[in-house]
Design a protein around this ligand. Structure first.
Ligand SMILES: NC(=O)C1=CN([C@@H]2O[C@H](COP(=O)(O)OP(=O)(O)OC[C@H]3O[C@@H](n4cnc5c(N)ncnc54)[C@H](OP(=O)(O)O)[C@@H]3O)[C@@H](O)[C@H]2O)C=CC1
Ligand SMILES: C[C@H](O)[C@@H]1OC(=O)[C@H](O)[C@@H]1O
Length: 264
């Protein structure tokens, strides 16, 4: 879908690596200028500093002839999110597409799960999607030319995970958020949808999938015959961002190679 997003400005959260990075590159390949969100943790115990990763994403987008800007913000922090959106509008001249991709999933047993971990996963995954969607929607409404809000939910919105009692409710919540905000934003020409990726190889599941048995099990359940890659998610997101999807709102699109339907 080369060029379908020419003249559009997009913000992708959590775009320093993984699925968000793939989406940022996909939107740029379709013609959009892209703001690349990343998060610098306050100290190493909260994660690594991925400043170098985000610089390489910006460079790749610029090499396609598109404008790109790196915007640092913790998506769970309302003031930081609103400042980020202001910065995007200043840098790119507006905002037409928001993709909520930032997310965390520190696997943990349910019985010993600390409240703080539950709160942090909800803050980044669900509160972050709310804050970014609200800030972006305010700009889109003021601009008066419609817009697109697309959230990366998950197959985990539909099924459980034994080590993911904190995570799966956030992914169900993210899709539910898109359904609810599709209603007030529809009259402004802003569509709100979610994509539900299945098993996509990124840093988020690197440790979990280091177990060869688990990897073989997952591979065996996917009718398409392989795990997903970030670029597999980018195509459906570009579609939802494109004029072709103008009448699609409040929808959820599984992007899982058939994993969900393959019970036996
Ligand atoms: N991989 C999979 O199988 C699936 C993933 N998903 C979802 O896809 C999304 C992306 O995950 P994936 O690419 O796999 O994971 P990665 O761990 O590779 O990437 C996570 C991204 O989120 C960013 N991030 C984390 N915390 C924050 C924060 N507080 N503020 C801003 N950005 C933050 C990271 O930024 P930084 O580099 O700066 O730390 C990074 O760019 C998540 O929402 C996840 O739930 C859904 C279904 C399947
Ligand atoms: C992090 C997991 O491996 C991954 O995230 C999801 O949302 C998928 O359902 C997988 O569980």
């Amino acid at each position: 879908m080369t060029g379908v997003l020419a003249g559009r400005s997009a913000l992708v959260t959590g775009a320093s690596r993984g699925i968000g990075r793939g989406i940022a590159l996909g939107l740029a390949a379709a013609g959009a200028d892209v703001a690349v969100n990343w998060y610098r943790p306050p100290s190493p115990e909260f994660g690594r500093d991925n400043g170098a990763d985000v610089a390489s994403v910006v460079a790749e987008i610029e090499a396609m002839g598109r404008r790109a800007v790196a915007v640092e913000a913790d998506v769970s922090n309302g003031a930081a999110v609103r400042a980020m959106v202001d910065e995007v509008v200043l840098s790119l001249g507006g905002l037409d597409v928001l993709v909520n991709s930032a997310g965390i999933c520190p696997f943990h047993d349910f019985l010993t799960m600390p409240e703080e971990l539950w709160d942090r996963v909800h803050a980044v995954n669900l509160r972050g999607a709310f804050l970014c969607s609200q800030a972006a929607a305010r700009v889109m409404v003021d601009q008066g030319r419609g817009g697109r809000i697309i959230s990366v939910s998950s197959i985990s919105a539909l099924v459980g995970g034994g080590q993911q009692a904190h995570y799966t409710p956030t992914k169900a919540g993210v899709h539910s958020l898109m359904q609810s905000i599709a209603i007030p934003l529809g009259p402004h020409g802003i569509t709100c949808n979610s994509v539900l990726p299945g098993a996509i190889g990124t840093d988020i599941n690197r440790d979990d999938w280091s177990d060869p048995q688990k990897l073989a099990y997952l591979n065996g359940r996917i009718p398409i015959g392989r795990l997903g890659e970030p670029d597999d998610v980018a195509g459906p997101v570009v579609f939802l961002a494109s004029p072709a999807a103008r009448y699609v709102t409040g929808a959820a699109l599984l992007v899982d190679g058939g994993l969900y339907v393959n019970l036996q």
